[in-house]
Design a protein around this ligand. Structure first.
Ligand code: AMP
Ligand code: MG
Length: 499
């Protein structure tokens, strides 16, 4: 591995800043008042070739609290548009985040340094350009938790707190989050130029994204129809991402097209939530009154957003190719979800889309869970210990359900299915424990860490959750209390877009 670098010697390679001026506004961060380090993620530092020890220097919190500009940084705010709650909003952009620049590491990877909460930009509309500590901690924890779960996501280097007062429903303190991603280009970037009829810019952006981020897709840049193939690839990546959200029980909360990454990664953590009780109509965003972004709607919303992107690409991509991309989205999303759920059930014989029996087995289990308000994560984790022996009662699992007779009837069918493929309890259990997490970032766990941080300036619970969620599939017996479903107070927590 190459020698680790200091803050001052990071290797910047700012490709986005080389695009025409129409793509961004050059701005500088507004310093936070008295910034201090809340948490740093050493794994993310290494992605930048940055020595994690650098976090001990006051310049670290200073740099990521907006006080100093790093040498090589060319800060800018990106402009984009997007469909928010189904309606087109013609000008959004990074209203409170500044792209400090792009760092290329010794492995050739390029990472955007995106500072959220960095102050006003031309795209702040009527807002203050700040983020509050509470929401920075939520994003910090969740992006790393998703990474631990193996789900494509932006990463997070650090959270910086401050004494800056920010008004939300009440007075809170401002903070910044340094987010990392190979790119922050969103569906909404293309929409912005489409609706302004700036078709040359659509092509410039598509060429840029293809050259920078899809160089390994066979022949994408060189072969015929690169834009059609690019659209197809985005559709497939989005399909796989959303299938993964559905399988793990993650609700994004604000699936506006401006929050959709062209790289198919989870982007912009706001009022997200993991399922506790299995409830397909779960709405995690208190501002989402009609449940547009309810858990079960996510695959359809992914399709809607891909249609928005398709429309923006019509100057470059023929209609049949758009239809092909949308069809691929539907097929891949359904197929990947089926594969993931098959693995969660521990079934290794292939499960084809027309395998009605397996689909029914899954559907009936989910229906039992819904009827019993059973905990989604815990049911699947308990299922790992399922015993196939005819007399085995599987009490631990059974007791998660209210209707025990119905569970027993289901368990008998499951046993039969396992038997049919010659499944061995121990081997299956080991396989299943690698796909059914024991720990997810439940809302009440994040809330407890946030309370300690905001009320007592005690950041130890953030560190504890980071350690825990780095390996959510491991048993971690001393941490078992973090696998518990929410206590009563933890079921009624309200999370909204206000952050
Ligand atoms: P979000 O809901 O975070 O995806 O943001 C939607 C749009 O509103 C984006 O253009 C954001 O940059 C902008 N925005 C959200 N919160 C703020 C804020 N506090 N100050 C300025 N702009 C904001
Ligand atoms: Mg956003």
């Amino acid at each position: 591995m190459a020698a680790l670098r200091t803050l001052e010697t990071l290797h910047f390679d700012n490709t986005f800043a080389r695009l025409p001026d129409a793509f961004y506004a050059k701005v500088t961060p507004t310093p936070l008042k008295n910034p201090f380090l809340v948490s740093v993620n050493p794994d993310a530092a290494v992605l930048l070739d940055l020595d994690p020890e650098e976090a001990k220097r006051p310049e670290f919190a200073g740099s990521f609290g907006g006080q100093y500009l790093l040498p090589g940084s060319e800060p800018l705010a990106m402009v984009y548009a997007g469909h928010q709650f189904g309606a087109y909003v013609s000008r959004l952009g990074d209203g409170r985040a500044i792209l400090l620049g792009e760092v290329r590491n010794s492995r050739g990877e390029k990472w955007d340094l995106h500072l959220k909460g960095a102050g006003l930009t031309p795209f702040s509309r009527d807002d203050d350009g700040r983020a509050v500590l509470r929401s920075c901690i939520r994003e910090y924890l969740c992006s790393e938790a998703m990474y631990g779960l193996g789900i494509p996501t932006t990463r997070a280097l650090c959270v910086v707190g401050s004494e800056e007062e920010v008004l939300r429903d009440q007075v809170e303190t401002g903070a910044t989050l340094l987010r990392l991603a190979p790119s922050h280009v969103r569906f909404g970037h293309f929409e912005f130029f489409y609706w302004r009829r700036q078709f040359d810019h659509i092509k410039t952006l598509a060429d840029y994204v293809i050259a920078q981020y899809y160089p390994n897709v066979p022949d994408l840049a060189r072969g015929p129809d690169p834009y059609a193939r690019f659209y197809h690839e985005v559709a497939v990546r989005t399909a796989r991402l959303i299938a993964k959200w559905q399988a793990v029980g993650f609700a994004h909360g604000v699936m506006n097209s401006d929050n959709m990454s062209v790289l198919g990664m989870t982007l912009d953590y706001g009022p997200f939530g993991f399922l506790d009780d299995y409830d397909p109509s779960f709405i995690c965003n208190h501002s989402d009154r009609h449940g547009r972004y309810a858990f079960r709607n996510q695959p359809d919303i992914g399709y809607f957003n891909l249609r928005c992107l398709a429309q923006a690409l019509t100057p470059l991509v023929p209609d049949e190719a758009i239809k092909g991309g949308l069809d691929a989205y539907e097929t891949v999303c359904a197929k990947h979800y089926a594969e993931l759920m098959q693995a969660k059930l521990g079934l290794s014989d292939s499960w084809s889309a027309d395998d009605v029996g397996d689909e029914r087995l899954l559907r009936d289990l989910l229906e039992l869970m819904r009827g019993s308000c059973a905990d989604y994560t815990n049911v699947f984790r308990s299922l790992c210990d399922f015993q196939q022996a005819p007399k085995a009662k599987n009490e631990g699992l059974r007791d998660l359900f209210v209707d025990r007779d119905a569970f027993e009837a289901w368990a008998a069918r499951y046993k039969e299915r396992l038997h049919a493929e010659g499944s061995k309890d121990e081997m299956r259990a080991a396989r299943m424990r690698r796909v059914n997490p024991k720990y997810v970032l439940r809302n009440y766990l994040a809330h407890a860490a946030i309370q300690m941080a905001t009320e007592q300036k005690d950041f130890s619970e953030i560190e504890c959750l980071c350690r825990l969620l780095r390996d959510p599939f491991a048993e971690q017996p001393e941490m078992v209390r973090y696998a518990a479903p929410p206590p009563d107070w933890g079921k009624r927590l309200i999370v909204s877009c206000s952050s």
